[in-house]
Design a protein around this ligand. Structure first.
Ligand code: FAD
Length: 488
């Protein structure tokens, strides 16, 4: 039976949730605080949030599963594949670029403009006869027992403002972002554990124009990274041959730059090839000063629902730091998983929502943690030989022994739909096997070399090393068998 579903927030996650509900024949009302982003007078989704982002398998899969045959293709047509990272380093005073592909089997991340994604979803929503969208409407209250919500209608005149519109609903889906009002009101009805953390990094966005000939200034099919440990500069391509770049730096680092005003000098020292090749000195200064320096929040909470009346998804449920590029992807995946449970229990929405919370909580908490940990991979590890060696070994195992089920954590997170909690378990199993094997091999190599050296001198020691290498090669076969037995 059609139900009245209210979706709060018409960002990417709320818009997709509304589409999933509409496809199932429900009467859907979407309430969005901001004006319609498609109106020409409306400024682009402002610079207070990232305007381009990386779309990955989980997001694409959730678009595919929406039940609208051409939706995913419409979105994909506006993306640019990024086959890997391009690491920019300074070596002996020279600017060095090192490409690192993302996936041994050639799968890519997709760069896309978040506003364009949002517009596509809104266009599809508007075409559904059973959907109404109310812009300029802010949720200000909700009673989940009575299933009534109150919205402030911001389109009215100043005198009328403050008037609230009262709406009833069967189900409210809260997709109203990190500072969710739905979550706030839900907490009054359900004992919700809640944890939020502002990390010690701020971010500031920069625009990299195309060349005077209208070309990209650096190769477009990469996510460009300038890793500098305490700071990180990244750039993602846009369809108009520009890049959107982001500086991540500690609060203290920003304060020092603010005080010294030496932004250009800082970039010249830390991020080779940026000034003046990508951004002129004046532009860099201007953008650094004008564009906001914004905090990064990480939120965990649970449960996500109350009875059969309300549920939160996307950033409202699990805002995360952007270092795994999964925030929106995870939010879109929430929608797919939520509706799978609603479809599975058509006669008991409370059971569906309960099961949703049960399954999704460990997954969302896991990706929040992985995202926090991934800063060091992006800003430091990508430069380290040990990281590259491990990546190489894992990719070779993944490529040449597919039956072993070996894969890097990155590829499982980014290119699969495996539950995040399972990704973490599989990665930990792999790490323990690999670490054990490498550790044992090294100890054996050093031990046997020392033994040979003591008993027969340098020549014998060399023989020892050679024998150890042979031993490692033989045991590699054993490793493969071990993996096949232990990793599904
Ligand atoms: P939002 O996009 O925040 O949308 C919430 C909507 O709710 C807004 O339109 C808001 O106006 C509305 N709203 C708020 N309050 C109310 C109210 N009271 N009443 C009515 N409406 C309301 N994710 C990725 O997957 N890949 C990336 O590469 C990536 N890069 C990122 C880079 C940066 C620097 C940052 C900060 C984030 C990045 N993310 C990325 C995360 C991604 O931007 C978010 O996870 C995603 O936008 C969340 O979507 P959402 O729809 O849940 O929330």
């Amino acid at each position: 039976m059609p139900q009245k579903v209210i979706v709060v927030g018409a960002g990417p996650v709320g818009s997709l949730a509304a589409l999933y509900a509409a496809v199932r024949g429900h009467n859907v009302e979407v309430y969005e605080l901001r004006p319609d982003i498609r109106e020409p007078s409306t400024a682009p989704l402002n610079f207070s949030k990232s305007i381009n982002l990386a779309l990955a398998e989980r997001g694409i899969n959730s678009l595919r599963e929406a039940g609208l045959s051409d939706l995913a293709d419409a979105v994909l047509s506006e993306t640019i594949p990024m086959h890997g990272r391009m690491i920019h380093l300074k070596k002996n005073g020279e600017h060095v670029r090192q490409p690192q592909i993302y996936d041994a089997r050639g799968r890519s991340l997709l760069a896309m403009d978040r506003t364009e994604l949002n517009i596509t979803l809104l266009d599809y929503l508007e075409a559904m006869p059973n959907v109404q969208i109310f812009f300029h409407h802010k949720l200000v209250g909700a009673d989940f027992r009575e299933k009534i919500a109150w919205f402030e209608n911001r389109t009215r005149s100043i005198e009328e403002q403050g008037d609230e519109v009262e709406m009833s609903f069967d189900l409210m889906i809260g997709a109203d972002g990190a500072h969710s009002a739905v979550r706030y009101h839900l907490m009054k009805f359900v004992p919700m554990s809640f944890q939020q953390e502002y990390i010690d990094k701020l971010w500031c966005q920069f625009h990299v124009p195309s060349t005077p000939e209208g070309e990209f200034r650096i190769p477009p099919n990469y996510l460009h990274i300038w890793p500098q440990d305490e700071s990180l500069f990244i750039a993602l391509p846009n369809l108009d041959n520009t890049f959107t770049a982001t500086l991540f730096l500690t609060r203290d680092g920003f304060e020092k730059l603010d005080a010294s005003g030496k932004v250009v000098e800082y970039f010249a020292e830390k991020f080779p090839g940026v000034v003046p090749d990508l951004i002129s000195e004046d532009e860099l200064h201007e953008q650094y000063t004008t564009n906001q320096h914004l905090p990064l929040i990480s939120i965990k909470c649970s449960p996500y629902h109350y009875g059969d009346a309300g549920v939160i998804v996307g950033d409202a449920a699990h805002a995360m730091v952007p270092f795994y590029g999964q925030g929106m992807n995870a939010g879109l995946e929430d929608v797919r998983v939520l509706f799978e449970f609603l479809d599975k229990y058509p006669k008991s929405r409370s059971k569906a929502l309960k099961e949703y919370t049960k399954e999704r909580t460990p997954d969302a908490h896991t990706i929040n943690d992985l995202a926090l940990g991934n800063y060091s991979e992006m800003a430091s590890d990508v430069k380290k030989p040990l990281y590259l060696l491990r990546k190489w070994i894992e990719e070779k195992l993944y490529l040449y022994i597919p039956s072993a089920g070996w894969a890097t954590q990155y590829s499982r997170v980014t290119f699969s739909n495996m539950r995040y909690s399972e990704v973490q378990r599989a990665s930990q199993r792999q790490a323990s096997i690999l670490n054990g094997f490498v550790g044992f091999a090294l100890v054996s190599a050093v031990g046997s070399s020392l033994w040979f050296a003591r008993s027969g001198g340098i020549q014998q020691a060399k023989m020892g090393i050679l024998r150890s290498v042979c031993w490692i090669a033989q045991r590699s076969q054993k490793l493969v068998q071990l993996v096949q037995g232990r990793v599904e």
